[in-house]
Design a protein. Structure first.
Length: 392
C-alpha cells in the first residue's frame, strides 16, 4: 500500500471512469490532485459494464452529457495507443405500446434538435438492423448510428496514465476512513483520513460509485445512492440473416429492459431483473434468465434457450429517479459529488470529468447540470425529479 501525500488541492475518492476522467481534467488545468482507490483502478462499477456510449436519452441534460461523451471518447480512442475499443454499432430502442412509440418520437426529435444523429424507424427496418427481432411485436423503434460501445478498462487505464503524466497521484489500495471538516460556523472540507494516513485538502470529489453513500456519511451528507446487482451473459448467435449494418446494434426493449448486442465474443444478453434486491453482492448466477427469456419470447424468439457461455455481475449505483448526482453540496464547502449514474456513468464520464473540473475550480461549466443537483432529493426541495425514458 502506497503512502498518501500530506496535502493536495483536490482529493478524488474513486478510481473508476468518473473519478479518473475528473482527475485527468483537473490535472490538465494545473490542479494538484490525488485519487484514492481502495481496491484496483476500475474495479468497482467500471469493472463490469458493457461499455455502451450513447446520446439516446429523453432528458436534455442526459443528451448533452452523452453527446459530449461521444465526442471526447472519439478523441480518447485516437490518442490512446491501441485505442479504447470504440465501435459505433448504434443503439436500437424498441417500442411495443402507443405510449412508448410516442415517447420515442418525442425523444428522437429532441436528440436531433440538439445535434444527435437519430431516426424513428419502422418495425421492418428494426428487424433488418437486428434480424433476431420479431417485427410483429413492435410498433416502432429509434436508431442512433453514432452510438456504440468502448472497453471501460482501456479508457480507465488511458485516463490514469494521462493524469499521472500530468502530475496527479493516483493511488490504489487506499481506503477512505473519514472526512474532516472545519467547525460548524462555516463548514468546509479540510482533509481525508485514509488507511495510509491523512491528506489535507481544499476540495473533495466523491466519485465512489455504489459506495458513495458511505463516503457522504463521513462528510455528514446524505447521498441517496443504492447498489443493485446487474448481470449479463455471453452466448453464440443463432444462425440466420446478418444485420443490415454488418454488426448487431445494441438493442433494447423499452417494455422490459431486455437487451442484446454483439461483441467480439458473441452476443451479450441481459435485462434489469425486477426481482433483484439492492445490495453489494457481485456473485454471478442465472436468477435473471427467466425474466430475460420471457421478454425474448415476445421480442426476439430466436434468442430463447440459447446456451450461455458464462457471464458476470456488476453493480449499478442507483438514485431514486435513476439519474446522476452532479454538483456542489451547499451545506459543505469544497465538496463536489459525481455519482449515482444508475447505469449511465461510463458513457457520461468524459463530459462529467470536464464538469467536475469546472465545479472544483469555481468556473461555470459549459454544460448545464443543474437538473442533476444533489439537492433535488432534500426533504424540503421543490426541484422536480428527472423523468428519463431511456433507462436500461
Amino acid at each position: 500500500m502506497e503512502g498518501v501525500p500530506a496535502s493536495a488541492q483536490v482529493v478524488v475518492v474513486g478510481g473508476g471512469a468518473i473519478g479518473l476522467a475528473a482527475a485527468d481534467e483537473l490535472a490538465r488545468a494545473g490542479a494538484d490532485v490525488v485519487v484514492l482507490e481502495r481496491d484496483r483502478l476500475g474495479s468497482g462499477s467500471s469493472a463490469k459494464p458493457f461499455g455502451g456510449v450513447r446520446a439516446t436519452f429523453s432528458d436534455p441534460g442526459n443528451i448533452a452529457l452523452g453527446l459530449r461523451g461521444l465526442e471526447r471518447y472519439a478523441d480518447l480512442h485516437e490518442r490512446t495507443p491501441g485505442g479504447i475499443g470504440l465501435r459505433r454499432v448504434g443503439y436500437l430502442f424498441c417500442a411495443r405500446s402507443e405510449a412508448e412509440a410516442a415517447a420515442l418520437e418525442a425523444s428522437t426529435a429532441l436528440q436531433r434538435s440538439m445535434g444527435a444523429v437519430a431516426d424513428v424507424v419502422s418495425p421492418a427496418r428494426a428487424s433488418e438492423l437486428n434480424p433476431h427481432l420479431d417485427p410483429s411485436a413492435l410498433l416502432s423503434a429509434s436508431f442512433s448510428p453514432q452510438d456504440g460501445y468502448a472497453q471501460p478498462s482501456l479508457a480507465v487505464a488511458s485516463w490514469a496514465a494521462s493524469a499521472r503524466g500530468l502530475g496527479a497521484r493516483v493511488l490504489e489500495g487506499v481506503e477512505v476512513l473519514d472526512v474532516e471538516t472545519s467547525p460548524l460556523g462555516d463548514p468546509h472540507v479540510t482533509g481525508v483520513v485514509t488507511s495510509a494516513g491523512t491528506v489535507r485538502c481544499e476540495h473533495l470529489v466523491v466519485a465512489a460509485g455504489a459506495w458513495s453513500a458511505s463516503v457522504g456519511r463521513m462528510a455528514g451528507v446524505d447521498l441517496p445512492v443504492e447498489p443493485v446487482r446487474r448481470q449479463i451473459a455471453f452466448a453464440d448467435a443463432p444462425a440466420g440473416p446478418r444485420p443490415a449494418t454488418g454488426e448487431l446494434p445494441f438493442t433494447l426493449d423499452l417494455s422490459t429492459t431486455f437487451y442484446v448486442h454483439g461483441s467480439p465474443d458473441g452476443l451479450l444478453l441481459g435485462i434489469s431483473d425486477p426481482a433483484q434486491v439492492p445490495g453489494f453482492g457481485r456473485d454471478y448466477d442465472t436468477s435473471w434468465v427467466p425474466a430475460f427469456e420471457a421478454a425474448a419470447a415476445v421480442v426476439a424468439p430466436s434468442l430463447v434457450g440459447l446456451p450461455l457461455r458464462g457471464g458476470w455481475a456488476g453493480l449499478y449505483e442507483n438514485t431514486p429517479d435513476h439519474n446522476a448526482l452532479i454538483g456542489r453540496v451547499r451545506e459543505l464547502g469544497g465538496l463536489v459529488v459525481a455519482t449515482g449514474f444508475s447505469g449511465h456513468g461510463f458513457l457520461q464520464a468524459p463530459a462529467v470529468g470536464e464538469v467536475v473540473r469546472d465545479l472544483v475550480l469555481e468556473r461555470e461549466p459549459a454544460l448545464d447540470v443543474s437538473g442533476f443537483s444533489p439537492e433535488r432529493f432534500a426533504p424540503a426541495s421543490a426541484a422536480p425529479l428527472l423523468q428519463e425514458v431511456h433507462i436500461i
